[in-house]
Design a protein around this ligand. Sequence first.
Ligand code: AHR
Length: 523
Amino acid sequence: MNIHSLWIGWLLAGSGVSMVAGEAAPSAGAAASSTARLVIRAGAGQEKISRHIYGHFAEHLGRCIYEGIWVGQESPIPNTRGIRNDVVAALKEIGIPVLRWPGGCFADEYHWKDGIGSRAGRPSMINTHWGGVVENNHFGTHEFLDLCGQLGCEPYICGNVGSGTVREMQEWVEYITFDGQSPMANLRRENGRDQPWKLTYFGVGNENWGCGGHMTPEYYADQYRRYATYVRNFGGNRISKIACGPSGGDYRWTEVLMQQAGRQMWGLALHYYCGSGRNSRSATWFDEADWFHQLRSALRIEELIVKHAEVMDRFDPQKRVALIVDEWGAWHAVEPGTNPGFLYQQNTLRDALVAGVTLNIFNQHCNRVKMANIAQTINVLQAMILTRGAEMIRTPTHHVFAMFRPHHDATLVPIELEAGEYRLGAEAIPAVSASASRDAQGRVHITLCHLNPNSPVTVSARFEGARVSRVRGQVLTAPSITSHNTFEQPDAVRPAAFDGARLAGDRLEVVLPPKSVVALELE
Ligand code: AHR
């Protein structure tokens, strides 16, 4: 990893990108930069960008599972075994690679045996974290694994450490993955599933420093080792075990976990949410200062990754343990008139930029970041999809995930970016964010975000190590920073063909519109 420069206290670092400070010292009130430079080392790079960086998270929270995914077989909404067809199709458009379930905070009060067997016979529980509503357990283990099958994605189940037992966790894994005769495998068969499922990822608790039991890192490290011991690999199934990681900048948590349990884990899960504006926490009603503040908060994730990775490097210089960011995204105020415990928020062009800059950062740090799960898939926080009864719309964030899809499992291409700056008053952040990859066919994909909402920027790019003869792309932008899709105007914000890129030999000039996300494919 190279740490290349500081830009007014701004930490930018990465294995795949160098950020180079502009020539002139920034001064308060200066006009936003209108040029940026990019060097693309198209033939270089070895690190794979795991497709699991483009993962998702679905909790029993608000209308994410119920209505968003599960409508039941008797519903007039078209479904397959109770799971909405429109939602599955829209998630397949973004190639959803992995889905985390059942929480979140819900995971540490979820008892999986309440969610199997005949639905009519399943006991109810109170969802104490999320609105105090009654959970009927109609969506349980079989339904979740059916959903993963329909999506063609890997399941990532989060187990209950906070209020569950070691035996309960052990039996859940046996129920799902054991292929022989055993009490749990036979119970699974009684419930209609003969063959075991493949279970790839298992989280041992969620936010155990908070809603998952308010533990100290020392206590949790002991609990992690104890519980994880009984998360067994049966038959050919191999489980990657994920420990609860830090909240934001809690580096001590990472240090204690790596020291005391690092050898027993595949991954350590960081959570980071960037809140919305300073004065307004509304998802759709904000000004440029709020826009700036939000993007600066989103960009902070790079500092967190760099610093947590530095701690991890001390204990694991070979980078065997993955840093997982299994909850991230923008957390706004709920939509007016909705249940505050349901975390239902709209999604604007600002959220698209949050997604774009964050995914570029994850790509650049793919030597340590092996999975990330945006919160949450449908109707909760920074969702891909919003539903209203039978209606469904894609959010601007969904479109960003679609535009970034070519990075899945591609090779990170090193770049050098002279990003220019976006200034607001006395503060500045980089004007442009970028990452690049090379796919199996040798095509290079570049994703660029332009954070300045006021003026375009020209990116002058130069290639090294490859000849490029064709460029095409897509752009996501909209008339206003607050533009968003509604059920009345579902396509107010959607990608369009991009004609702002010009090739000349090894040079590429790209004019990025204000407040835009651009994805380029180069052959
Ligand atoms: O995503 C909403 C909540 O945020 C999750 O349940 C919890 O893990 C986090 O605090």
